[in-house]
Design a protein around this ligand. Structure first.
Ligand SMILES: *Cc1c(COP(=O)(O)O)cnc(C)c1O
Length: 714
């Protein structure tokens, strides 16, 4: 293996580079503790990126590590944990489905959010894909992720003194991340080509190891490509149509070809969102090349394809003009003959002039296993794409597999220790069993409260550190230092709204009646406070204006420093927020939130959800595990805002301040415990990925085997 800049280590810690190169460290607590211990300032300086840290570490720290018994014990445990996640023989999958020989699933996603040191994600979809890959690894499911290596994929958000978002694009230094170039059998970089328009695009590939899971990241920045094609995979989701379709051709078509070039033949093809729908075309083409009829090829492709749709917002479904598709796919039609019209028709969606080549329609028609990401989203999807199924199916065409979050990634360390103590050893393997979590009730309120306060304190010092750094090195002004959250107070309830700034999420809702909000936040006896965080898409002007408006209020003296804006929301910031806030606020316009996952991350950390009945919340809310903003059917912004204020004034804030003789808010902690007890088992990624396996991967594979056997009968 090629460890690039990392030096050789003494034999006793000879596998340290390997541990840094396997992203299971992103949730393995022993590995992280080992790196932290090795050189804490450097660990912080390198933003918790062990790979970068090891390429910079001083000789004397290496010598220390190779001799220190405490470090060596951690090191041995970290190596053992990694080996166990790689081998996967004792896993859930091996125990239950070990008979499915040669099984693997390819999971196509335009983004993967595994850790902030590998910035190849934009938001919720990527984090979900990352959590899916991690849970698949924990369960021992042979999963191969296919995505993009975006060298310029990521922007850092800065807010100027007028509140305007400034995007700083950072070029990813490949030598600083745990990725390796994949080589072909001849020792040169493995590359494939795909026809695009009248030319070809070359695609190379990088490998990321996550235990028994592999991610393959496609990269068009190779010398054979024209300058504009080299940039194709440099950024996430370009908005210009032709470039975007080119990207999706690369993901779908080159993705399949890379797998073939590496000798990988997955049984199940899982398309995470429509961006990868052209996988269906490429597999049909492969079969046609082998003489298969289109009808039979389509049947085969369908029976092995799973498609997960992620948004009820129609602009979120990629659709292209037919002439553009026709032109960019011209390389395919050469051999397609009359199949061309049939293929194009597979993706056709809309009426009359609005008929387009719709990636979601293609995926819906090309996949037998189709799911939405919450129950409500399933119903919305069925209505939204109703014409696709009219009459063709008796059964429900779309299932619900509600998203979940990877607990090992999102839970705060002190809470894990509490769970270790009160849920019992091995609870991680049983985290999706609801009965296990009844034991949460046995945690003494005082202990839980102590941990909750410590986590909030941790968030507040993180915020102060960042504010100090912005003030000293970036010379922001004093109002901005206040807006960054330096006046936030440990004793007042802290509401957090952290999500993408986009209109349907209504970040401005709580400002509907500014005077009422100011009264509520500045109450002399029972004040409250709010943190906002989130990026606006660089092209989303209304989103940037809402952000600016909120940032200005954070600087406004009438809110007395009780509103803060934390810039540059990413996985790192998200960890502090979901662990350290008191309440997680979610107020989108129904039914536009397909699921939402940040509220789950918060809830399992004992940060109850305060939300409208959208996404996952209708199936999770029990009346006692959080709060429901319910202004009745057809409510407008004013009614929703009024319901939100009412809940805060009458229930949320009073419960927080209602202390018993030991200063502990028992009524509050009852909600906290109920939130953890009911949400952790049902909304963990382990439950989600098991459900994908049991509803789709396994039955589809078994049917394939059964058909295969029948096929050989005379
Ligand atoms: C979890 C997460 C999201 C998605 O959260 P939503 O509730 O769907 O908005 C987005 N960004 C980051 C960094 C996350 O960790």
């Amino acid at each position: 293996m090629n460890h690039k800049g990392i030096k050789a280590f003494p034999d006793r810690i000879g596998r340290l580079a390997e541990v840094a190169q396997d992203l299971t460290w992103s949730w393995c607590r022993t590995a992280r503790e080992a790196f932290r211990r090795m050189d804490y300032p450097l660990w912080r300086d390198t933003s918790h990126n062990p790979f970068r840290m090891l390429s910079r570490i001083a000789e004397d720290r290496i010598e220390w590590a190779a001799r220190d018994p405490g470090f060596l014990a951690l090191y041995d445990r970290a190596v053992a944990a990694m080996d166990c996640l790689r081998a996967s023989d004792g896993s859930w999958w091996a125990a239950n489905y070990g008979d499915l020989k040669d099984f693997s699933v390819a999971y196509f996603s335009a983004e993967f959010g595994i850790h902030q040191s590998l910035p190849i994600y934009a938001g919720g979809l990527g984090v979900l894909a990352g959590d899916h890959a991690k849970a698949a690894c924990d369960l021992g499911i042979p999963l191969i992720g296919v995505g993009f290596m975006y060298p310029m994929g990521y922007f850092h958000q800065k807010i100027d003194e007028t509140g305007w978002q400034v995007e700083i694009y950072e070029r990813l230094a490949v030598e600083d991340v745990a990725v390796e170039r994949v080589m072909g059998s001849d020792g040169t970089p493995c590359q494939v080509q795909v026809p695009v328009g009248h030319g070809v695009v070359w695609v190379a590939v990088w490998r990321v190891r996550v235990g028994c899971v592999t991610l393959l990241l496609l990269d068009t920045d190779v010398p054979q490509n024209s300058p504009w094609d080299r940039e194709l995979s440099s950024r996430l989701y370009v908005s210009e149509h032709e470039a975007r379709l080119r990207q999706e051709i690369v993901l779908g078509v080159a993705g399949v070809r890379i797998l073939r070039a590496l000798g990988l033949n997955p049984v199940i093809w899982h398309l995470n969102e429509g961006h990868a729908a052209l996988v269906i075309f490429e597999r049909l083409r492969e079969m046609a090349e082998q003489g298969e009829s289109l009808v039979s090829a389509l049947r085969k492709v369908r029976s092995t394809t799973v498609f997960t749709t992620h948004t009820p917002v129609s602009a979120g479904h990629d659709a292209f003009q037919f002439h553009l598709v026709d032109h960019l796919l011209s390389g395919y039609w050469e051999t397609a003959g009359e199949r061309r019209n049939t293929l194009l028709a597979l993706a056709s969606y809309g009426d009359g002039h609005s008929r387009m080549f719709n990636m979601t329609a293609l995926a819906l028609r090309g996949a037998e296993g189709v799911n939405a990401v919450s129950r409500q989203h399933r119903d919305v999807t069925q209505t939204m794409f109703g014409p696709i199924w009219s009459g063709a199916h008796d059964e429900v065409p779309v299932r619900a597999v509600t998203n979940g979050v990877h607990l090992e990634t999102w839970l705060a360390a002190p809470l894990v220790e509490l769970y270790d103590q009160y849920l019992g050893d091995g609870w991680q393997e049983r985290q999706d069993e609801p009965a296990l979590w009844d034991r949460i009730q046995s945690i003494p309120d005082e202990e839980l409260w102590k941990v909750r306060l410590a986590l909030k304190d941790n968030l507040l010092s993180f915020i102060r550190d960042r504010a100090r750094q912005r003030w000293t090195s970036e010379k922001v002004n004093a109002c901005q230092v206040v807006a960054a959250g330096t006046l936030l107070d440990l004793s007042a309830p802290l509401i957090c709204f952290a999500r993408r700034f986009t209109q349907y999420k209504r970040p401005w809702l709580i400002f509907h009646d500014p005077a009422r909000l100011a009264r509520l936040l500045n109450d002399p006896r029972h004040p409250a406070q709010i943190i906002f965080a989130g990026k606006a898409h660089p092209a989303d002007e209304p989103g940037k204006h809402s952000l600016q408006d909120i940032y200005r209020r954070a600087m406004d003296v009438r809110y007395a420093g009780r509103i803060a804006f934390i810039d540059d929301y990413d996985l790192h910031v998200a960890h502090y927020l979901v662990q350290g806030a008191d309440v997680w606020l979610n107020n989108p316009l129904k039914p536009l939130e397909a699921c939402g996952t940040s509220g789950m991350k918060a809830a399992v950390n004992g940060v109850p959800h305060l939300s409208v009945a959208d996404g996952w919340w209708p199936e999770a809310y029990s009346g006692r595990n959080g709060w429901l903003i319910d202004a009745g059917p057809g409510a407008d912004d004013a009614a929703d805002a009024d319901a939100l204020y009412g809940l805060l004034e009458r229930e949320v804030i009073p419960a927080y301040y209602d202390r018993n003789e030991y200063g502990v808010p028992a009524r509050w902690l009852a909600v906290v415990k109920e939130s953890i007890r009911t949400i952790a088992p049902r909304f963990c990624a382990r439950r989600m990925v098991k459900q994908y396996a049991q509803d789709f991967y396994v039955p589809m594979t078994r049917r394939l085997h059964a058909d295969g056997v029948r096929g050989h009968e005379p």
